[in-house]
Design a protein around this ligand. Structure first.
Ligand code: FUC
Length: 817
């Protein structure tokens, strides 16, 4: 018996290790043996406009619905027109180092005026009641992210039932198909409910709900919305009563559901929500389930299939997803890391589509009237993190609603710059919402941070570096220039050093003294403004325009403070050396220069690189989900794959009740806790960053591969300069590389070994490909007296590959030591 068990185990291990064992389709499934017991177990589907969380109860199905423009309040801005004299007073206090007084003044005078932003709100629930479906067996609930289709199946009374759900990308409706393996088995009641409801009514065969967004913090709720539902049956019948659709004895039924609002843009709510919802429904209703699904799937796969990752498969793959999360630290389950990576891509495709709204703190999925932090946009890290995976994992087009948001802020941020700071250009603070508010929210401690414009513009520039799209750059150059103009006007001369600094500001949400965050010249601000001025000058050069402005911006840039290495051999977070090695704060803002920016290079600034590493070591690992996801990217940039992997293990672990400890809910949503989607996106970006980097003058392959993934392959990642990269590795060594060149030009490679491949030439001098230009920063000021810092950087060799537009180049590495 023991021998038989051994052979069986051997057989299964063998089978499990054969990659063909799980085909692409099977490896991209989240599945469970029971219905969702709460919202964090429900499964998300979405098409950027409409989202739903599927609970999957047999007796009463609940789909919690969202639509991306259902927000509280209405068009408004929260600019504090009385702020200016206090801003000037604050600058004087900070220059005199009167920090407590400065914070006191800021708290008293520069808090939110009117409101702290409006909440993103739920739409309601679609409910399907199934009388008698109590004792069910063989239950399975799944979300297939290979084709963006969810399903629930179970057996009751000898009949096998199946429900399938998708939110059509092409027809903008939610579709639910109800079927069974015996005719006439579908009898259920379809209804709608919402706490925002004004009315539920039926109209011939349609069931409708009308509602409106909430009043909130002095703003009347002005968004009007309608949900419209209609059912197509084969066999049996369906009819409406005053508040539901009743399906009787059908062989199959398909529920069509649309949601629409009166929202046109952040200033205009003049659309007719009901007729929009009915138009969507009428158009979709002409099509069959199969026809709609086919179009939906092919649209989705157009994005999803661009990147394939294989980190290996073990037996853990056989378990339901919740169990795999629980066991990840033990099993290592490489395929779950792959699934988590791809789930991040699924979430971006499903929550950020051109023409819709940018993914907010919860993407598009929020089950509350006022979710955590209003489920809006926190632009001092969280919204930016949502878009970190967009370019490298080839979802570039999905930046569109984010870029729209940035463009809008460059308009609504003008009066803020003018009235609050007496400056040209535009400014936004640490939060915004669908109405594009640009004033201070929450309180000066958190909200008095006027540098989000520079971070947002970094995404515009990065888009250009990945795509080389000059039309895009031309379109957004004025947005970037407007942000630069703002800083030219507001930078203050710091009295001791004579550097130009942003004042007042904060190092986001962090105090350097009890209760004091307000400061001048925080390292992150210096990096952000340095980056902005550099990219504006480079953009002007790429576009061959605006030379005078570009030259002047560089003069200002050169007066910004250099980075400083403090007494604990750390990268200083503030102008003064306030850092404490015991500080575990979740924001690691001064490491912006390391990631996502490209200002700290192991090859060009090894001392700052080593100091940044010390700062990260001091901060530790445990934190909120998004903070740990940021640290995955940072450790990848520090070329420490095992530390990055350690953070992935912390992230893919069950959520405990502890505050600020991250974790993953059963539905693979990341936990702050509570659920916040940035951690999902940040981890997807982090995994990409472990496998490919392209920020430091070259494309670096497998820069931070952990021991846990010795063998694997990835295809379709993208580097700056428009190179699509496919790689295979074995025993942690790159064995095969294929580069597809989208725009031609030199592809400079940084390899961990010498290569004799004939297509490669040893690289000399600066990379002639301007999309790889490095950010030359000032030498650091070193305020610590210990030994010279050394981060133990591994040797590497640089080679150039000449590419032509559309060409593909394969290199096989078989001469590695
Ligand atoms: C910032 C963070 C919080 C949270 C919130 C949405 O304020 O400091 O941890 O993520 O955004």
């Amino acid at each position: 018996m023991a021998a038989l068990r051994f052979i069986t185990t051997l057989f299964f291990t063998y089978v499990a290790l054969v990659p063909q064992f799980c085909k692409s389709q099977e490896r991209n499934i989240l599945w469970y043996k029971s219905p969702a017991a709460n919202w964090n177990e429900a499964l998300p589907i979405g098409n950027g406009f409409v989202g739903a969380m599927i609970f999957g109860n047999a007796q009463q199905e609940r789909l919690q619905l969202n639509e991306c423009t259902i927000w509280g309040g209405g068009p408004n801005n929260n600019i504090d027109s009385a702020a200016r004299p206090y801003i000037n007073e604050l600058r004087a206090l900070l220059a005199e180092r009167k920090y407590d007084e400065a914070q006191k003044l800021a708290n008293a005078r520069l808090g939110p005026k009117g409101n702290s932003g409006m909440p993103y709100q739920l739409a309601g629930d679609l409910l399907i009641d199934w009388p008698g479906h109590t004792e069910v067996t063989d239950y399975r609930r799944e979300l297939n992210i290979h084709n963006a289709l969810a399903s629930v199946s179970y057996t009751v009374g000898g009949v096998r039932y199946k429900r399938e759900y998708f939110t059509s990308f092409t027809d903008k409706v939610l579709i639910v198909r109800l079927s069974a393996d015996k005719p006439s088995s579908i009898s259920c009641r379809v209804s709608l409910k919402s706490p925002l409801k004004k009315a539920v009514y039926t109209n011939k065969s349609d069931l409708l709900l009308s509602g409106s967004g909430s009043d909130h913090e002095n703003q009347a709720g002005k968004v009007k919305f309608n949900i419209a539902t209609r059912v197509k049956t084969s066999g049996g019948s369906s009819k409406t009563d005053s508040s539901s659709i009743i399906i009787s004895k059908a062989d199959e039924a398909v529920i069509y559901l649309s949601v629409a609002t009166n929202f046109v843009d952040y200033q205009d709510l003049s659309a007719d929500a009901e007729s929009r919802a009915l138009d969507l429904l009428n158009n979709a209703f002409k099509k069959s389930f199969t026809g709609l699904l086919k179009q939906h799937t092919s649209f989705y796969k157009g994005y999803f299939d661009r990147v394939k990752l294989d980190l290996g498969v073990t037996d853990a793959f056989r378990n339901p997803t919740d169990l795999r999360i629980n066991n990840f630290a033990k099993t290592k389950d490489p395929q779950l890391a792959e699934l988590y990576f791809q789930f991040g891509r699924y979430l971006l495709i499903s929550s950020s589509q051109p023409g819709a709204q940018a993914a907010n703190l919860q993407g598009i999925w929020n089950g509350e009237l006022k979710g955590p932090w209003d489920s809006k946009y926190t632009i001092n890290i969280n919204t930016e993190m949502n878009y970190w995976p967009s370019e490298v994992t080839r979802l570039s087009e999905l930046n569109a609603p984010f870029f729209d948001l940035i463009r809008d802020l460059s308009v609504t941020g003008r009066p803020a710059a003018q009235q609050m700071y007496g400056a040209r250009g535009w400014v936004a603070h640490h939060n915004t919402d669908i109405w594009r508010i640009t004033g201070v929210v929450d309180g000066a401690f958190w909200g008095l941070w006027p540098t989000s414009n520079a971070w947002l513009c970094q995404h515009l520039w990065e888009h250009y570096l990945y795509t080389g799209d000059k039309n895009f750059l031309r379109k957004y150059y004025p947005v970037m220039k407007g942000a630069a103009e703002y800083f030219i006007d507001v930078l203050q001369t710091e009295p001791r050093s004579k550097w130009l600094v942003v004042s007042p500001s904060t190092s986001p949400e962090h105090e350097y003294k009890n209760g004091v965050s307000v400061t001048a010249g925080a390292t992150m601000d210096n990096q952000l403004v340095w980056g902005l001025f550099t990219m504006v000058a480079r953009a002007a050069a790429e576009l061959n325009t605006d030379k005078l402005f570009a030259d002047s911006v560089i003069l200002y840039r050169n007066k910004l403070p250099p980075m400083q290495i403090g007494k604990h051999a750390q990268l200083q977070e503030w102008l003064e050396d306030f850092d404490e090695p015991t500080d575990k704060h979740r924001h690691v803002s001064h490491l912006y220069g390391l990631f996502p920016a490209e200002q700290i290079s192991p090859y060009r600034n090894p001392e700052i690189f080593a100091a940044a590493k010390n700062s990260l070591v001091y901060r530790g690992d445990v934190s909120t989900g998004w903070s740990m996801a940021w640290k995955i990217n940072l450790w990848a940039r520090l070329q420490d794959g095992n530390h990055a992997y350690k953070l992935i293990t912390d992230q893919i672990s069950p959520v405990t009740s502890r505050n600020q400890s991250g974790g993953t809910y059963p539905n693979l949503f990341d936990a702050h806790p509570p659920f916040q989607i940035d951690g999902n996106f940040g981890c997807t970006s982090g995994i990409a960053e472990m496998l490919l980097q392209s920020h430091d003058g070259a494309v670096q392959l497998l820069p931070a591969l952990p021991d846990a993934w010795p063998d694997g392959s990835i295809s379709g990642l993208k580097s700056r300069g428009g190179f699509i990269i496919d790689m295979v590795w074995k025993d942690k060594k790159l064995t095969k590389l294929t580069i597809h060149s989208e725009s031609g030009g030199i592809c400079r490679l940084r390899l961990p070994m010498k290569s004799t491949d004939k297509s490669l030439t040893e690289a000399r001098g600066i990379n002639p490909n301007t999309l790889f230009k490095t950010a030359d920063i000032k030498d650091p000021i070193i305020n610590h007296t210990g030994q010279a810092l050394n981060a133990g950087i591994r040797p590497s060799w640089l080679y150039d590959l000449k590419t032509s537009k559309g060409g593909s180049y394969t290199i096989v590495f078989n001469d590695q030591p």
